[in-house]
Write a protein that binds this ligand. Structure first.
Ligand SMILES: *Cc1c(COP(=O)(O)O)cnc(C)c1O
Length: 428
């Protein structure tokens, strides 16, 4: 069968052959899967565009998109074709050999960013591990620092491996996992005076600073955009001191901010940055990118068995090309403005429940009043009852991260659902 013959247009292919167990039983599931997640009580089995259906046949508008990963929504024809072609041709061989799809994706990323070189892996945490390792090697070899420190921000999120939970400036992710990885120091986000003090204090000791690692917009920590002035000054400080600026673009990158990279909203360029979530449109892939001057890895320094395989890279390249060809960035900006202004109007209707609406492009947060009993997960549950999927970003922020292909009608439908959710929760 030709790849074309396997490709179905929207709506998605029939799922009968893909269904695993029916009827679905949460009890059975919980007997076998480690309970590391608090799950909402539905199981999703099919998706098309910005919509998904659960095992009971209920339809939802998906403003979670696999937590900011499903760039092109579900069952997008371009992805269906890329996945099909690549699995039929060659899916994995290892980095013992040249992988043309990896080279093509790296070329696209270099041509569409400030970076000169790319390393591929499988997730955001793994990309950040790579960035931390690269910064440490640069510190030892170029900066001559014996005990290098990476400064990160409070309320940041960089992943769940040991080094990345240590980098993450939120004690709740670190609790129970000591000893943590040495070599990190935390400062408040968007606070330049605190950063200057930390740099001066650390540099007067043996523990000298090698890098500053920040999110251009803090995602998990509550959808907090970086201040332009702050990041301009951070860039200056790094230049003055010859230290590296690492940006974690895992959530905000790949078009979600309305620019391809979050740093474009800040008017600066990082030395190293990471990507993952949206890069493969939902296929697992991560990338760590850097400028030539800090490209200090030699053969044998770093590796990943699955990293950059033909399957993940072929699919990710099709996602990248679609963002460009379909002019998705302008859709992200327009739909983002529509969503934020609609949410502002809802916030005005429920002033004692909602304190702020903020974000860039299609990563937006709605902050609930600290003195209101409403929690983000209660709002998410209520929106789910209205057929809208949302995800919390911390206890008091509801996050909106739909696919980048979301339409004007989808946004209007989401706004009605969220308004209804607040009406049920807090009639005013
Ligand atoms: C999700 C996320 C990560 C971790 O990515 P994984 O793929 O879950 O390892 C790291 N940094 C940021 C900013 C993220 O949003």
């Amino acid at each position: 069968m030709s790849p074309e013959a396997l490709v179905q247009p929207f709506p998605a292919i029939a799922t009968s052959s893909l269904s695993t167990a029916s009827p679905f039983s949460p009890e059975d599931f919980n007997e076998h899967v480690m309970t590391t997640y608090a799950r909402y009580p539905i199981a999703l089995e099919r998706g098309s565009g910005c919509r998904v259906w659960d095992t009971e046949g209920r339809e939802y508008l998906d403003f979670v998109a696999g937590i900011a990963t499903c760039t092109l929504g579900h069952a997008h024809p371009v992805m269906v074709q890329a996945v099909t072609e690549q699995i039929q041709t060659l899916h994995h061989v290892s980095n013992l050999y040249y992988v043309p799809q990896q080279g093509a994706l790296a070329k696209w990323l270099v041509e569409h960013s400030c970076a000169d070189r790319v390393f591929f892996c499988n997730s955001g945490a793994e990309a950040n591990e790579g960035a931390i390792k690269l910064a440490r090697k640069y510190a030892h070899e170029v900066l001559n620092i014996a005990d290098p420190v990476v400064i990160t921000a409070h309320a940041s999120f960089h992943g769940r491996t040991l080094a990345t939970i240590t980098a993450t400036g939120q004690p709740k992710y670190q609790k129970g996992f000591s000893p943590l990885v040495p070599g990190f120091h935390y400062v408040p986000y968007n606070d330049i005076a605190a950063l200057e003090t930390a740099l001066d204090t650390l540099d007067s000791t043996e523990r000298r600073v090698a890098a500053i690692m920040l999110e251009a917009l803090q995602g998990e920590g509550g959808v907090r955009p970086g201040d332009r002035d702050y990041f301009q000054r951070v860039r200056q400080l790094c230049d003055e001191r010859g230290i590296l600026l690492i940006l974690d673009e895992v959530q905000v990158g790949m078009g979600r901010s309305g620019q391809l990279w979050g740093y474009e909203n800040l008017g600066i360029e990082p030395d190293i940055f990471t990507s993952a979530k949206g890069l493969g449109g939902g296929i697992p892939i991560g990338a760590m990118l850097c400028k030539s001057f800090c490209n200090v890895f030699q053969p044998g320094d770093h590796a990943s068995t699955f990293g950059g395989n033909p399957f993940a890279c072929g699919v990710a390249l099709s996602v990248c090309q679609t963002i460009e060809q379909d002019h998705l960035l302008s859709n992200v900006r327009d739909r983002g403005e529509q969503l934020r202004s609609g949410l502002q109007a809802i916030a005005q209707r429920f002033p004692s429940a909602i304190t702020e609406v903020r974000g860039w492009g299609l990563i937006n947060g709605l902050e609930l009043a600290a003195d209101s009993p409403l929690t983000a997960s209660a709002v998410v549950q209520s929106a789910m009852d209205q057929g809208l999927l949302l995800v919390p970003a911390g206890p008091k922020v509801v996050r909106f991260v739909p696919p980048l292909i979301v339409t004007e009608a989808d946004v209007n439908q989401a706004l009605s659902a969220i308004e209804q959710a607040f009406t049920v929760l807090s009639p005013e």
